[in-house]
Write a protein that binds this ligand. Structure first.
Ligand SMILES: NC(=O)c1ccc[n+]([C@@H]2O[C@H](COP(=O)([O-])OP(=O)(O)OC[C@H]3O[C@@H](n4cnc5c(N)ncnc54)[C@H](O)[C@@H]3O)[C@@H](O)[C@H]2O)c1
Length: 324
């Protein structure tokens, strides 16, 4: 059935890929984005091709404007709420904006969704697991966040509060909400400007400049191709059994950041040297705590929709290389 899908943050990296998929599936898409970290270029193709038929609409505004949000929510059948402050650099440099955008935006979107009873997907993050060492992380596992004096935890706590709020709407009024916790998502269009690791590594490698690995490089991450993530999102949005539930989405192939840097050097035939940079030098004196491992359990989404990632690291690096 054709639906009108509202994508807040739809001009961003993940949102623009999702918008393309939804249009391909025959849906109508409305993007609400203030272009703070997203780019019009990401959705320009959709806008040029589908705006005149009314199948695509772009509104440049913030999710903090309730009047605007209310109008687009009323027009939509379902909502993907991706708009958020993102990237370690932005979160460390602009802590007030981070909290206001994440929590204020989600509160506004959910209030409007509740008014018109629209199915809503809330975008959370693997960061909510904090410093937990209980890997692989399961959706019902405990979370362990650091002190409030360490700003990097504001992102995780604001996102966790978004989750609480979404689940509270489900509990109190059965508003259909789905919470997704994304682990590192990578692919074409991701910008390295706000501290994302892979585009930065690939950019440095292609320029034969030093690749800066923070800490000792032994921390591990799992990288999932954005098109695999989009498959997962589309599958969950179709399943009403996902309502009121939280799902991890990510790859379960673990790699150390140092090894990732080595792979990038090899796959780009680069002469770059790899340098270790202490966290203090990378993020200033405030103290930066990193998580050693961030490995998702993807059993829950697999059991409901059959989803698992298809693309490996080599395919990911090749795709990122063609877009930086
Ligand atoms: N990329 C990842 O690895 C990853 C991991 C975990 C969670 N996420 C979550 O996925 C979502 C999308 O992230 P992304 O990687 O595509 O980042 P992105 O920066 O490309 O997308 C975020 C979009 O939100 C927009 N935005 C920011 N503030 C806004 C506001 N006040 N009003 C309207 N639009 C606003 C930005 O302009 C941008 O287009 C975010 O909620 C993010 O927290 C991403």
């Amino acid at each position: 059935m054709t639906q009108t899908c509202l994508l807040t943050g739809g001009a961003g990296f993940i949102g623009s890929h999702l918008a393309e998929r939804l249009i391909e599936e025959g849906h109508r898409v409305i993007v609400l984005d203030d272009l703070s970290t997203g780019r019009y270029a990401n959705i320009e193709g959709l806008d040029r091709k589908h705006a005149s038929s009314g199948r695509f609409k772009f509104i440049c505004d913030t999710v903090l404007h309730e009047r605007v949000v209310e109008e687009v929510v009323r027009e939509a059948d379902c909502i993907f709420h991706l708009a958020s402050a993102v990237g370690v650099n932005l979160i460390m440099d602009q802590p007030v904006r981070t909290i206001e955008t994440i929590f204020g935006g989600t509160d506004t979107v959910l209030r409007c969704a509740a008014r018109y009873r629209r199915r809503t997907m809330i975008f959370s993050t693997s960061e909510v697991y904090g410093k937990s060492t209980d890997v692989p992380f399961r959706e019902d596992g405990d979370r362990l966040e650091g002190a409030t004096t360490k700003h990097r935890w504001a992102y995780a706590c604001a996102k966790a509060l978004d989750e609480f709020l979404a689940l509270a709407h489900w509990k109190q009024s059965r508003l259909p909400v789905v919470v997704v916790r994304l682990f590192n998502t990578v692919g074409p269009r991701q910008t390295g400007q706000y501290g994302m690791v892979l585009p930065n590594f690939v950019k440095s490698a292609l320029a034969n400049e030093p690749i800066r690995v923070f800490g000792d490089g032994r921390q591990t991450r799992c990288f999932c191709h954005v098109l695999d993530v989009v498959d997962a999102l589309a599958g969950l949005m179709k399943s009403t059994e996902a309502d009121g539930e939280v799902f991890n989405i990510g790859s379960s192939e673990e790699i150390t950041i140092l090894k990732l840097a080595e792979e990038v050097v090899s796959l780009t035939s680069s002469d770059s040297e790899i340098v270790l940079v202490p966290y203090k030098e990378a993020y200033g004196d405030e103290g930066f705590e990193d998580m050693q491992r961030r490995l998702p359990s993807i059993e829950k989404i697999g059991a409901l929709t059959g989803w698992k990632p298809k693309r490996n690291l080599e395919q990911i690096v090749t795709d990122v290389k063609s877009s930086v």
